[in-house]
Design a protein around this ligand. Structure first.
Ligand SMILES: C[S@@+](CC[C@H](N)C(=O)[O-])C[C@H]1O[C@@H](n2cnc3c(N)ncnc32)[C@H](O)[C@@H]1O
Length: 241
């Protein structure tokens, strides 16, 4: 079970879990987010500061949707790399890129905590619903900061906690109560959607995450709430040398 995982144990659990649900991931994402996940990624990409012709990295890219949004933004003269440590997720991302005719995006199997890129390689680095899952968040954010160019942004999209006292209870009922049951209708591996609410419950607050990003060397760290805070986008900038 996922409850007390950390370090290598968490990494193995998370990798196996996402590999096992890879073929159902996109459908489950659409159902559980009530189809909002694409709009959230579009919003996050709008905060990337990217322009046509630029180079971006998407960490924990899963089946590629964040990377595709970035690829559309940087256009044919730009390029995007997606990395994930689950090969079934990466394989689906590659197939989707071919189907969408996107030639400016590439997918690589790699660990977020040891990115296989030189310092200052990308104009922007994004991560969507990924930091909650990595075994060492500080190391992953430090790696993202290392490979982004000075002046470039790190953009993180993540599930958070609804702030409105009025909406907090309905949200908790949906997210912590209905989510695992809805997922089970799609025959997702049971542990997978027990892990989802559990990982959100255990994850740091938006303010703690902002402080963690600052402690990794990012500046001007700020965040935007979406869906009354159910989803949050953090943005930080690597200082110019
Ligand atoms: C919830 S999915 C998010 C996928 C995608 N970013 C999206 O927006 O739909 C989390 C992904 O993070 C990947 N992941 C978790 N820890 C990782 C790590 N240390 N290195 C690389 N990928 C990791 C998992 O394999 C999974 O594909």
């Amino acid at each position: 079970m996922s409850q007390h995982l950390s370090g290598q144990g968490k990494e193995t659990y998370v990798k196996n879990l996402f590999s096992s649900i890879a073929p159902k991931y996109d459908l489950l994402n659409s159902v559980l987010s009530l189809t909002r996940h694409k709009a959230w990624r579009r919003f996050a990409v709008s905060k990337s500061g990217l322009e046509p012709g630029r180079h971006a990295l998407d960490v924990c890219c899963g089946t590629g949707d964040f990377a595709f949004e970035l690829a559309r933004r940087v256009g044919p003269d730009g390029s995007v790399v997606g990395v994930d440590f689950s090969s079934p997720m990466i394989e689906i991302a590659r197939q989707k890129a071919i189907c969408a005719g996107l030639g400016n995006v590439d997918f690589i199997e790699a660990n977020a905590c040891a990115l296989p890129f030189a310092d200052n390689s990308f104009d922007c680095v994004t991560v969507g619903f990924g930091l909650r899952n990595v075994a060492d968040l500080k190391l992953a954010v430090s790696e993202m900061t290392r490979v982004v160019k000075p002046g470039g942004r790190i953009v993180n999209l993540e599930i958070s906690q609804v702030r409105s006292p009025l909406l907090s209870l309905p949200w908790k009922l949906y997210f912590y109560g209905l989510t695992p049951r809805t997922a089970s209708l799609f025959h997702a591996r049971r542990g997978a959607y027990e892990y989802l609410p559990e990982s959100v419950r255990r994850f740091m607050s938006r303010e703690e995450l902002a402080r963690e990003m600052e402690s990794c060397g990012l500046r001007d760290v700020h965040f935007h709430d979406l869906m009354f805070g159910a989803v949050c986008v953090h943005i930080g900038t690597k200082p110019d040398i």
